[in-house]
Design a protein around this ligand. Structure first.
Ligand SMILES: [Zn+2]
Length: 133
């Protein structure tokens, strides 16, 4: 199995004037890094973190792009989590709450299998998303 997290590079850096999204993106990356370091504990062969620049939607490691229609236009999701199973099927999560849910579940699973301190301190915005879903 492989996993790819895609986030907006500008949001991550705080350049896109969206502090809540910036904080959530940073928390997602922090979780993905923990999963990456301990990927064998959750049966993953590879974990990719891809930072997208504006309009860069297709530039990922796994061949899937989530999109939505906004005002009649196709908008590529700048935040998404793609999971590839061993048969090559792709699962795409495009809602931030779902992305966080999958990531934190993996972090929890890792925590149960290691004595390392792998907890990720989620910020306010991310915690709210996880609690609501
Ligand atoms: Zn952005």
């Amino acid at each position: 199995m492989r996993m790819e997290l895609r986030v907006c590079e500008g949001c991550l850096a705080g350049d896109h004037d969206d502090p809540a999204k910036a904080a959530v993106s940073q928390d997602m990356v922090a979780c993905a890094e923990v999963v990456s370091e301990h990927k064998e504990l959750v049966g993953l062969d590879a974990v990719y973190v891809t930072k997208l620049r504006d309009g860069d939607g297709a530039d990922g490691a796994l061949p899937a792009i989530a999109a939505s229609i906004e005002d009649g236009c196709v908008r590529l999701a700048d935040t998404q989590l793609v999971m590839e199973d061993d048969d090559g099927n792709l699962l795409v999560y495009a809602e931030a709450a779902d992305v966080l849910q999958v990531l934190t579940r993996n972090v929890d699973q890792i925590g149960a299998h290691t004595t390392d301190d792998v907890g990720v301190d989620l910020g306010e915005a991310a915690r709210r998303l996880v609690d609501e879903s």
